[in-house]
Design a protein around this ligand. Sequence first.
Ligand SMILES: Cc1cc2nc3c(=O)[nH]c(=O)nc-3n(C[C@H](O)[C@H](O)[C@H](O)COP(=O)(O)OP(=O)(O)OC[C@H]3O[C@@H](n4cnc5c(N)ncnc54)[C@H](O)[C@@H]3O)c2cc1C
Length: 432
Amino acid sequence: MKRSFEAIVVGAGPAGATAALTLARAGVDVALVERGAHPGEKNMFGGVLHRMPALERVFPDFWDRAPLQRHLVKKVLTFMTPGRSLNLEYETESFDRAPYNGYTVFRPHFDRWLAGEAARAGATLLTRCTVEGVVREGGKVAGITVLRGAGELRAPVVIAADGVLSFTAASAGLRRPRFDPGQLGLGVKALLELPKEVIDDRFGLVRDQGASREFVGSSSGVRGGGFLYTNYDSLSAGMVLHLDSLRRSGRTPYDLFNAFLAQPQVAKLVRGARLLEYSAHLIPEGGYRMMPELCGDGILVAGDAAAFCYAKGPNLEGINLAAQSGACAAEAVLEARQAGDWSARRLAGYRRRLEATFVLQDLRTFHRAGELLEIDRLYGDYPELICDFMDRMYRIDGAPKQSLLKMGLAMARKKVGTANLVRDGWTTWSTI
Ligand SMILES: Cc1cc2nc3c(=O)[nH]c(=O)nc-3n(C[C@H](O)[C@H](O)[C@H](O)COP(=O)(O)OP(=O)(O)OC[C@H]3O[C@@H](n4cnc5c(N)ncnc54)[C@H](O)[C@@H]3O)c2cc1C
């Protein structure tokens, strides 16, 4: 095996594959190093692929070529308690036309395809190759070591795109060795097979239309929520749970997930489905607050490895930030290569590029979104309050009625208290 390259990218997820593709297209001799037997083998997400300017620039026909499932025309947010729910459904014809707003995808297919494009452009794809740490020379990163003494690869620059736990960034001293569980989420997901026509009927879809459904109040009091996304002939069903809240609850994620699937509103959507696979993965929910150093001498960090992921309420975005940051990292490497200078000072062009895109702008805008998601009342009291209100509004039983506003306020005060209402309103207003 060849041992030295002009650049090494660790991790063939969306961040790494985009970086390697951008470098290879510019004629750089780049290695894309992946621990799985093939890219995507170990990867999972919810998952909705949102618009990706970085890849749309590289492939003007991206949305025709990428392996996609259904485009989303409908988003439904459900507030629920056992047996009761309020659905907020948004559907628009504009989501039913190109450029589509989002697609469901299977990561094993998508990641394999994207890394394959990088390889076709000239990147050397090395699979079954787990990176253990970085090699240092004269105080700067000069390559990587591969697990179980399988040797080392050399390059003047390394892009760490090895996901949320990034051993590469840790080994280069760019992030703290221990994580704060308050900044991590745990995603659990099951892929459930169902015939296309059944999915179309249950979710009100035709052709390749898809729907995403998010559920608040479905997590038995643990901070988090459930989701259901429609693939062509399967459903992705899962939950995202805050790690510290999960730990304190003493419940297992599978208990909570099974309880979610058993709730009547969800059970009727997944009835008769065949379980194809289960998976779990961590999510760097701390976003801006948990961002590591983005570069050092001879190294840059991209994607989840740099905590470029955020949840603002029901939307979780990560892949689009990963691809954009991979492209920005590659562009910074190209600039450094031209100058023949791999110092952190030169590579700092990476951060400037990120600042000019939605990646750092959105992460900064929503850097306090975590505070909102930390309000325990969101996951129990408020969904109950919403359902109580709907119940009172629709119930006709001969009793005299109150004005809706007065009734709502009185119910809210009784349920959560005036001080909490004001505090939660202010947190919502100031964070998202
Ligand atoms: C349950 C769940 C739901 C989600 N839903 C969505 C969604 O709907 N939309 C969205 O945009 N985002 C979603 N995300 C977030 C999204 O999945 C991530 O932000 C995105 O995958 C980050 O891409 P990445 O390339 O940085 O990292 P990853 O996708 O984690 O890829 C890292 C790659 O590095 C490899 N690797 C790791 N360690 C090593 C090593 N030591 N040596 C070699 N290779 C290594 C891995 O095998 C992997 O291929 C979700 C995440 C989860 C867990």
